[in-house]
Design a protein around this ligand. Structure first.
Ligand code: 0O2
Length: 208
């Protein structure tokens, strides 16, 4: 009956989400190992900090509606790639691409799509390097590849993105006015200048 069908849907969904939780653990430990290896070898780390998160049900629902994706496991599997999210924050802009190179070399990671919003910022001024990846998960029945989104950006890019995101969602404004968007864009430009300046300072120190 309908009750049984509903129960089955919930059970299937739980199994489905568990795979993503496992993938999150896998990616987190892969990145911690890369970080430790780098520190050991160079006594310096391009990583400022790393954050991982599972997309909340509300955020998943909003995205499904916004993209017009069918509300089924198949629909989600084929269209939503950021249920697992990893954000790597670096000190310098070139560190973003160093980390990308490290990730590209791994056999347990397939990079499906690269969205370079650093060289091509969003109209909001948002900058970040987005990688849509699949990470290998070894289960008793064999391995499965689970999608995830890795965002790599500098501290200054992260400052802009996190704060602007809060203004967009947390204050529940329907749509920000053009004036506010222009002001935020100025903040994005100022953040980019901080990155440039800090790189210049570092280069001066390295040359001396
Ligand atoms: P939330 O609430 O952060 O999870 P596309 O693949 O191009 O069809 P999609 O999937 O939106 O579209 O990809 P995109 O553009 O790479 O954006 C993915 C995520 O990047 C967003 O997640 C945001 O976290 C972040 N992002 C993109 N543009 C902006 C921006 O202008 N400002 C800020 N602060 N963040 C941005 P979600 O799922 O939209 O939302």
């Amino acid at each position: 009956g309908a009750h049984e069908d509903y129960r089955q849907i919930i059970l299937d969904f739980n199994d489905f989400i568990k795979l993503y939780e496992m993938a999150l653990l896998e990616l987190r430990s892969d990145i911690e190992i890369i970080e430790l290896e780098w520190q050991t070898r160079y006594e310096y780390s391009p990583f400022e900090h790393v954050k991982t998160r599972m997309k909340t049900p509300q955020s998943l629902q909003r995205k499904i509606e916004r993209k017009g994706v069918p509300f089924t496991i198949e629909g989600i599997k084929e269209n939503i790639f950021d249920i697992v999210g990893v954000r790597i924050v670096t000190s310098f802009e070139d560190d973003v691409y160093k980390i990308y190179e490290l990730l590209k070399r791994r056999d347990d990671l397939k990079i499906r799509r690269v969205k370079d919003y650093i060289n091509n910022p969003k109209p909001s001024g948002y900058k970040s390097l987005h990688l849509i990846v699949e990470t290998e998960l070894i289960l008793s029945e064999g391995s499965v590849w689970v999608p995830a989104e890795i965002q790599i950006r500098t501290l200054a890019m992260d400052f802009f993105a996190s704060t602007e995101h809060k203004l967009q969602y947390k204050y529940n404004t329907k749509e920000l006015s053009q004036d506010i968007k222009d002001e935020l864009y100025e903040v994005a430009l100022a953040s980019s200048r901080l990155d440039e300046k800090m790189t210049q300072v570092r280069n001066t120190i390295l040359i001396d």
